[in-house]
Ligand binder design. Sequence first.
Ligand SMILES: *[C@@H]1O[C@H](CO)[C@@H](O)[C@H](O)[C@H]1NC(C)=O
Length: 151
Amino acid sequence: MKADQSQCLFVTLLFLHQSSVSGSETFRVVGPAAPVFVFPGEDAVLPCYLSPDISAVDLEIRWFRDGYDNFVCLYEAQDYNIIRQNPAYRRRVNLFLGELPRGNVSLILRDVRRSDHGQYRCMVLSGRRYDDDTVIDLGVRGESLSVWFTV
Ligand SMILES: *[C@@H]1O[C@H](CO)[C@@H](O)[C@H](O)[C@H]1NC(C)=O
């Protein structure tokens, strides 16, 4: 009788554990279908969100370019990690913190420079168990086009 009960409890706990892992820690990271284009000096929003739209508040969010240690923005333990951030992006980037509970991990990059042109990878990690990522293209339009556009 006792053995039966503890076995039943064990199976129940195992089931609860597995359903919480598959229910809350599996997601896809989704970016825009088309590149984002801005002129130099403008602000760029790089859209990125989780599907399903679970909260990203307690997840680790990594925005980086070529290297995994070249962080445009690193968010972990519910805060920005500016120590590991590439200084070129310091004070120019933010997540929309109020949007994180909705799974919106979009990035705003202010005062875009020509050197910001290129690919950005958005990776979201749930502990060490699960992660997914996507690549977003940022196009910085040429100066001549900008002049032509505003005349
Ligand atoms: C994410 O938040 C930004 C800033 O508020 C907004 O522009 C964007 O539409 C949001 N994306 C989604 C998928 O809700």
